[in-house]
Unconditional design. Structure first.
Length: 346
């Protein structure tokens, strides 16, 4: 099979077409003929070498396509089924390829009536948003929520999921006119609930959030960006609020003192912090721990089919080849991609 190999860490020039053996499914595996892939920030971070391993490697986590073959123990899928998968755990290779094998718990049916190029958005970003919004903070009807990074891939799911849980108002950040337009037009965030952060200090940003919440702060602050936005999320919590982040920090001197009563942004609000690493059960657990993924997929599929969760807009970057993949990585790396970047395979 053909696969896009990363031959060296660093720039996008490291991607090269290559040939790999067709993967054979194990007894618990599903082999998928890939029709569409979706990109995530973790893709370019891995390309840069922040999460390094032996080279060459096939990157990519999100796939949609057709079941090509199944192992003897697979019960839910048959050849020809239209499916999507998140390649968190054991897998033959990454998504940038014609075929991939992965265990059954990481595979889901598509929502009814949704084509693969749209359904592939229900991958890393959607599952992450589900854990961030549905499994971690106490988001309740009528309580305010702050979303740092609402126009990105995870935010495109987190905002409507928070709305589905009854959060109000949902406040979200925007760094440009395009991001603000996306939040309003695609995600339904009113202009008065959009925080334009360019050129403003953290103190000014925190004051804006408190003003929009009658001085109290928010029940949940979702950090989908990292850096100063993570710091801001800690500063805008109400009593018993919850800050949730799915973004790692690579700077060795990055720090937030959450322990001392004198300096902790959590202590004075009796607040809490959750770190979401949605791939943790896949990477560090056993097959017993993987049962969480079918449950999250089921919740997402039900929400999409009921109309409660709209799929985000997709930006079709074309058919997977060296140039389209490089272009997609360059755009993703700018931090200005709206919705989800997708590529067709084959």
């Amino acid at each position: 099979m053909k696969a896009m190999l990363l031959t060296e860490y660093g720039s996008v020039e490291g991607f090269r077409w290559g040939e790999l053996p067709l993967p054979e499914p194990g007894p618990d595996d599903v082999r998928i003929r890939v029709e569409a892939i979706s990109l995530n920030p973790v893709d370019y971070k891995m390309r840069q070498g922040r999460i390094a391993g032996p080279l060459p490697v096939v990157l990519g986590r999100d796939v949609a396509g057709r079941v090509d073959a199944v192992g003897a123990n697979v019960k839910r899928f048959r050849p020809g089924d239209a499916v999507l998968a998140v390649l968190f755990g054991p897998r033959s290779n990454g998504a940038y390829a014609e075929y991939v094998c992965t265990p059954e718990p990481f595979v889901s049916t598509l929502p009814r009536g949704v084509e693969p190029l749209r359904a592939v958005t229900l991958g890393v970003a959607a599952v992450t948003a589900w854990e961030v919004v549905m499994l971690r903070p106490s988001i309740e009807p009528g309580r305010p929520v702050f979303v740092a990074g609402g126009s990105g891939g995870v935010g495109s799911f987190a905002v409507p999921l928070a709305r589905m849980r009854g959060a109000a108002p949902i406040l979200a950040t925007a760094g440009s006119d395009a991001s603000a337009d996306y939040l309003t037009q695609a995600l339904g965030v009113p202009p008065q609930d959009i925080l334009r952060y360019r050129g403003r200090s953290l103190e000014e940003l925190a004051a804006w959030v408190r003003e929009r919440t009658d001085g109290r702060g928010v029940a949940a602050a979702l950090d989908l960006v990292g850096g100063d936005m993570k710091r801001l999320c800690f500063q805008v919590l109400d009593f018993h609020g919850c800050a949730v982040s799915c973004v790692e920090e690579y700077e060795p001197d990055f720090g937030i003192d959450i322990w001392s009563p004198q300096h902790s942004p959590l202590y004075a609000r009796s607040a809490s912090y959750h770190y979401v690493a949605v791939s943790a059960p896949a990477r560090f657990g056993t097959a017993r721990d993987w049962a969480i993924y079918p449950r999250m997929f089921a919740g997402l599929i039900d929400a999409v089919e009921s109309g409660a969760l709209p799929l985000p807009p997709v930006q079709d970057m074309g058919v997977l080849d060296e140039e389209t993949l490089r272009a997609a990585h360059r755009l993703l790396e700018t931090g200005h991609a709206r919705g989800k970047l997708v590529l067709r395979v084959g």
